[in-house]
Design a protein. Structure first.
Length: 157
């Protein structure tokens, strides 16, 4: 068992230990009641106990709003708003092009989910700010909307 799980995460070790223990319990219950389960040893239980889980701290809505409203650069604020209000990932926001913006709908090409495309609905205020930003920067419809090469250096983070 230790050779198989060597170098693996504690959760993986615990999972394999649990499967092996369940297998021996099944054999004992259905075929041979006299069989001792070798996984019931206290040392093995301690060695393969479940790993500690990481609990993420979730920010309050008010904290997110404050971060967004304190951001002074329009581009950065739009990126944060699209992520917070539209539930988009950073990579999805960065791949947006003006041709993907259709009023309140954003069409994501090759999203992380593996689908061909996905649609994200955003609030009217965010859509208006996004459209005015695209018009104000005169970004071509085929260019990536948030590529740093399209922005002046003063507009970068």
């Amino acid at each position: 068992m230790s050779k198989i799980t060597e170098g693996g995460k504690q959760q993986t070790k615990h999972g394999r230990y649990s499967h092996l223990k369940a297998f021996f319990n099944f054999i004992r219950t259905n075929f041979d009641p006299a069989l001792q389960n070798p996984c019931n040893a206290p040392m093995l239980r301690k060695l393969y106990r479940p790993g500690k889980t990481n609990h993420w701290n979730i920010l309050e809505k008010e904290t997110i709003d404050e971060i967004i409203f304190r951001t002074t650069k329009v581009r950065n604020r739009l990126i944060l708003e699209l992520m917070a209000r539209g539930g988009m990932r950073v990579g999805e926001v960065l791949k947006l092009t003006p041709k993907n913006v259709n009023d309140l709908k954003l069409i994501l090409q090759t999203p992380k989910s593996g689908n061909d495309a996905e649609v994200v609905f955003i609030p009217r205020k965010v859509a208006d700010r996004l459209n005015s930003y695209i018009r104000g920067k005169s970004i071509e419809s085929t260019a990536k909307g948030y590529s740093l090469s399209l922005m002046p250096e003063s507009d970068a983070w």
